[in-house]
Design a protein around this ligand. Structure first.
Ligand SMILES: C[S@@+](CC[C@H](N)C(=O)[O-])C[C@H]1O[C@@H](n2cnc3c(N)ncnc32)[C@H](O)[C@@H]1O
Length: 471
């Protein structure tokens, strides 16, 4: 069914935009921009809303632009490319405000304008691609009636499909030589008869590839083979090393598992260094930058320029004094903790992944930082009074949980603990708002600082600073 002349009012959650039908029904419209007037086709009817796609743009929004990427229409990766970058950032800031007000019952607080990303493209330091011998065909290609000659692909999963890979020519998310490396590998494989993986038939040599880079321009390539890489696979790795002087580390794995996850695989270093080194400016604005070792399995924020901005903002807003005991919940590999340790008395970082804590401890040693304690544990079990009896009560607490937000038990303990200042970093303002609704009982909101880490997508990071209502 088609609904004509729908005005797109605003950007909603998960990147879809919102309009209404003449009878008041909420319409979630994929691919729209606030300010558009569009005819839409309903593709799914839900109780509270209808999901729609655009049938025809009657009048485009002033915020519409032509996407830079040739794959924008089909690739699910950068779903806001058709919206001007400045407007994307404003919509994200607005979403944070709406969520905190509507779900989090926020009142007051200094809402700062969103910090824009300096680079709207080529900002990522890590991309993962899959090979396929059964390339996903677009609806246009299928209906064209033209003969399909090549079915090999090296690219991204088609949105929502585990077994369908879209071939990618140019992706604008990572700096060069990202595209050059991927296209070299694909063309070498085709010329030399290396087979591409078929996920349903479970056959083929080349399975996935990951590219990691640093701000200084060092590159790591990790290739997963489904079949044994002997001879042909190894020759490919040799050719790759010879072709690109920027690549300083090549790994490979033989993966016959049912999934592509790298974390439980044995990785073999084919040539070069075992890890890349990323640098983060010193928190004290003097002295040496902090350095972080990034191996093929390490976690590091994928937009390193904005990660540095994020950490600097956290530090500024945390206002740490040199006698302060600081806790960093969900510390990952300890990047925020190590940044803050340069100005605090001591920092306690807690995280559930043992490998991440091992890396955090190593990062502390590499940077000659001795006032940090890193502990492994599930937050809802370890964040209790035994912890603060052992390590001191926090003067300042930073928390950066995963998308689901904090466990209710952790939020409750934050209320019981009555910490003078909490800096809550979140990549999901809806769950942050849910947690705020409980924290409101004890804390008030001082500052809200959204920051855009992922241009061209609807994702947004937010820093919320809380202090005790009554001291
Ligand atoms: C958003 S990341 C934070 C990363 C880190 N602050 C940084 O900037 O690099 C969230 C972290 O929480 C960890 N995590 C997830 N659930 C957890 C839990 N229940 N207890 C402790 N840590 C958890 C994840 O492993 C991940 O490292």
């Amino acid at each position: 069914m088609i609904i004509k002349g729908v005005s797109i009012e605003r950007a909603g959650g998960k990147g879809v935009c919102i309009g209404h039908s003449s009878d008041g029904r909420t319409l979630l419209v994929k691919g729209a921009a606030p300010g558009d007037i569009v005819d839409v086709k309903i593709i799914r009817k839900k109780k509270k809303h209808f999901e729609c796609i655009i049938e025809n743009i009657v009048s485009p929004s002033i915020n519409r632009v032509d996407p830079l990427c040739e794959h924008a229409e089909l690739c699910g990766g950068c779903s806001w490319q058709h919206i001007k970058y400045e407007a994307q950032a404003e919509f994200k800031g607005q979403e944070v405000k709406d969520n905190l007000t509507r779900i989090g019952n926020m009142s007051g607080g200094d809402f700062k304008g969103i910090i824009h990303a300096p680079e709207a493209y080529r900002y990522r330091n890590k991309l993962e691609f899959s090979f396929s011998s059964n390339r996903w065909l677009s609806p246009k290609e299928i209906s064209s009636g033209e003969e399909i000659t090549s079915r090999e692909a090296l690219g991204y999963h088609a949105p929502g499909m585990w077994d369908k890979i879209m071939d990618i020519n140019t992706c604008h998310l990572q700096p060069e030589p990202s595209n050059a490396i991927r296209l070299f590998i694909k063309s070498y494989a085709q010329k030399n008869g290396l087979s591409f993986y078929h996920p349903r038939k479970r056959e083929g040599l080349l399975r996935t590839m990951m590219l990691r880079s640093t701000l200084k321009g060092d590159w790591m390539v990790v290739i997963q083979f489904f079949e044994s890489p002997e001879d042909k696979g190894i020759e490919l790795l040799r050719a790759l090393a010879n072709e690109f002087s920027e690549i300083s580390s090549i790994y490979f794995a033989h993966n016959t598992k049912g999934n592509d996850s790298i974390y439980d695989l044995d990785l073999h270093l084919f040539c070069g260094k075992s890890s890349l080194t990323e640098y983060m400016p010193s928190a004290l604005n003097k002295g040496k930058d902090l350095s972080f070792q990034i191996g093929p399995k390490s976690f590091y924020q994928t937009n390193p320029v904005q990660a540095n901005r994020l950490y600097s903002e956290v530090l500024k807003l945390a206002d740490i004094q040199k006698e302060d005991i600081v806790y960093d919940l969900y510390t990952g590999t300890g990047t925020i903790a190590l940044f803050m340790a340069q100005v605090a008395n001591k920092v306690v970082g807690i995280e559930s992944v043992p490998e991440a804590i091992k890396a955090a401890k190593q990062n502390a040693i590499n940077n000659n930082i001795s006032n940090t304690t890193f502990l492994v544990g599930d937050m809802r079990n370890v964040f209790d009074e035994n912890l603060w009896l052992a390590h001191g009560t926090p003067d300042i607490l930073v928390t950066d949980p995963p998308r689901d937000g904090m466990h209710p038990k952790v939020v409750k303990r934050l209320n019981e603990l009555r910490i003078p200042r909490i800096v809550y970093v979140s990549c999901n303002s809806a769950t942050q708002a849910r947690d705020l609704d409980t924290l409101n009982e004890v804390y008030k909101v001082d500052t809200i600082q959204p920051i855009d880490m992922f241009p061209q997508t609807h994702h947004v990071e937010n820093i919320l600073v809380l202090s005790l209502r009554d001291r």
